[in-house]
Design a protein around this ligand. Structure first.
Ligand code: F6P
Length: 539
């Protein structure tokens, strides 16, 4: 495994601290644009399916070079190559992280872009062939469902990575979904969500997808059992030969096919444990996407992501967009002291992007120890939050312009509209550009309350259009960017042990409720449990 020092012990870390203190903390973006006619070309670039403008960020000439030295010192590109070679970079679970393989064309391979020493072993090659077969089966099923006039509704039950990616993609590609069934997503254990969906569908015309890598997640299992009971109560049958049988109306998407079989589902699309939950939309978990838009568009989604993989592997560091953005994230978090980042997709289709990125970034890098368990002395994942524009402008943009905290904003927009009146799209884009400009320029005024300080940083990602390829490239860009910042911090970005604690305690509370034994439980928890189980009048 690669020997990586703690990031704050590398010489580049101290250099960057000094660079911030002595120079960059005084940056004035307006003055930088006036001074440096090359600022835009230097700090903007093309990458697969998009154009990225980093020029409104707190970067001086020389900042990125120092950040690249930090990346070198932390072995970021070695870790990248290790991930793409199928090495078990998920160290706490002894697993590879090969979600990228799911979008690698079987005949292409990334070998050419990898140093020979890190080329693929037989295991990765075998996995690639297997993946291609599973993809084939999944797309066949997707097209079959699309062609089946009897299936008008698909209910996808899953949570976290088993929901957010598919939901984001289905919404983003809605304009390509003509002719397919309606897709509903149910994640929350709050029965209100499932109840609302079941109230809108007919059992005879519904296909349920039970999506869970582990097939043990409490919320998904409860929703799946309730959906199954509802289906049987609506005239469904456990008899596999029956037209209204569970066998025909339920499909499991899981890495645990035996568990799905025990649940009573015989139609299973599997995937391997080297696909992390929040990286799984490319696997069988993506079936609702393929059902929504068809197999050709799903392949285009994979192709777009693969193009970004190839870019991440082959582009030189100076123009390697995931590397640049991942390092920018470290710069803001650890040197500029900025604790959050706002995601502002100027696109109704991308309205779930902030939620998707919250899981991707905060579950991947919201950690306090390195891969080998050493405590980290530096800040890691920022709070990622946001809302689509222009809605956000009438909510929290006030704080972005005049609040006491500086929050880097990420604008994501598409050049071409994908439906709807063209003049709306023009307005949408103008608003995004104006907001980025306003954050930077600010506003001088005699009236203090009208003054906007400006000099507020933002990044602009402009897609050609919101099609399947561009969406694939955008998501893969974020995956790799998160990997880069995680690699600088020395984090294992592919586990999520922190999530376990709450799950365990929820199980324990259920057990205590049964036994009535509250010994050793704090007074607040005890009272909350008592009140939540009490008669309404007691609250
Ligand atoms: O929230 C924790 C988590 O393990 C996520 O990483 C994962 O995406 C989600 O739960 C769902 O897990 P599963 O697919 O196993 O149901």
């Amino acid at each position: 495994m690669i020997d990586s020092p703690l990031c704050h012990e590398t010489p580049a870390w101290a250099r960057l601290q000094a660079h911030w203190r002595q120079e960059a903390s005084h940056i004035d973006l307006r003055a930088e644009f006036a001074r440096d006619g090359q600022r835009l070309p230097t700090l903007s670039q093309r990458a697969p399916h998009l154009w990225a403008d980093l020029s409104k960020n707190w970067l001086l000439p020389g900042t990125e070079a120092l950040l690249r030295r930090l990346a070198d010192g932390c072995g970021v590109l070695d870790w990248r190559d290790a991930m793409f070679a199928g090495v078990a970079v998920n160290t706490t679970e002894q697993r590879a992280a090969m979600h990228w393989l799911l979008r690698t064309p079987p005949d292409a391979g990334l070998l050419g872009a990898l140093p020979p020493a890190r080329g693929w072993g037989a295991g990765v090659r075998g996995a690639l062939q297997e993946t291609a077969r599973t993809l084939q089966a999944m797309l066949h099923l997707a097209d079959e469902v699309r062609a089946d006039a009897a299936i008008t509704d698909v209910v996808h039950i899953g949570i976290g990575g088993s929901c957010l990616g598919p939901e984001l993609a289905v919404q983003a590609l809605q304009h390509l979904a003509a002719g397919g069934p309606r897709i509903h997503f149910v994640a929350n254990v709050d029965g209100g969500e499932l109840g609302a969906v079941l109230g809108r569908v007919r059992a005879a015309n519904t296909l349920f997808l039970i999506a869970s890598k582990s097939f043990t997640t409490a919320e998904t299992m409860m929703n799946a059992h309730t959906a199954r009971a509802w289906f049987l109560a609506q005239g469904g049958s456990e008899d596999a030969a029956h037209a209204r049988g569970i066998a025909r109306h339920f499909v499991a998407l899981t890495a645990q096919p035996e568990a799905a079989a025990r649940f009573g589902i015989t139609r299973v699309l599997g995937f391997e444990d080297w696909v992390g939950g929040r990286y799984s939309l490319w696997s069988a978990i993506g079936l609702p996407i393929a059902i929504a838009v068809g197999s050709a568009a799903f392949r285009a989604l994979l192709a777009g992501a693969h193009a970004m993989d190839a870019h991440f592997l082959a582009a030189p560091p100076e123009t390697n967009l995931p590397l640049r953005l991942g390092l920018l994230d470290v710069w803001y978090r650890d040197f500029c002291g900025l604790g959050s980042r706002c995601i502002a997709p100027y696109s109704h289709g991308l309205r779930r992007l902030p939620a998707y990125l919250q899981q991707l970034e905060m579950e991947s890098n919201g950690k306090g120890v390195t891969r080998d368990g050493r405590p980290l002395a530096v800040a890691t994942a920022p709070v990622v939050w946001g809302e689509p524009g222009t809605n956000g402008q009438h909510a929290f943009f006030q704080m972005l312009h005049q609040g006491q905290d500086v929050v880097p904003v990420e604008f994501i927009a598409a050049r071409e509209p994908v439906g709807g009146p063209a003049e709306h799209h023009h307005d949408l884009l103008v608003n995004a550009v104006a907001q980025a400009q306003a954050l930077m320029l600010g506003h001088a005024s005699d009236a203090a309350h009208r003054r906007c300080p400006g000099n507020r940083p933002s990044t602009f990602l402009l897609l050609e259009r919101l099609d399947a390829q561009a969406l694939g490239a955008l998501i893969a860009l974020y995956e790799h960017r998160v990997f880069v910042s995680g690699a600088v911090w020395g984090i294992n970005s592919f586990d999520q042990w922190g999530v376990e604690l709450g799950k365990c305690l929820a199980r324990e509370l259920v057990a205590r409720q049964g036994s009535g034994d509250w010994a050793g439980v704090d007074a607040s928890t005890r009272e909350l449990m008592r009140l939540s189980a009490s008669a309404p009048s007691q609250l």
